[in-house]
Design a binder for this molecule. Sequence first.
Ligand SMILES: [Zn+2]
Ligand SMILES: [Zn+2]
Length: 107
Amino acid sequence: MCDLEVDGYGQELDDRMVRAAKAHKCNECGRRIEVGETHGVYVGLWEGDFFQMRTCSRCTKARKWLEARGHGWQAGDIREWVRICVDTDGPEIIQKARVKRLARGER
Ligand SMILES: [Zn+2]
Ligand SMILES: [Zn+2]
């Protein structure tokens, strides 16, 4: 197991997928989110401070992957953390995650 841990306390207030009414920029990778594109909006508290994060579908997927692994995540580090986790824990966890998703009826 890798030992990725969030240093601090966060609380989730809202986490949903929305369609872009106008173009946005992914707060995680900087990619442009086009009008009509489904992407994630996360609203939370970090150490008592309100924050909102808008992420493209790929970064949203990466974040949820970390959450499913029981890891926290840090804005700006999501993709790096996924890489570290995969490097450390190997393909075995990917297999497990896939089985879990299948069990929930997702692909
Ligand atoms: Zn992104
Ligand atoms: Zn891990």
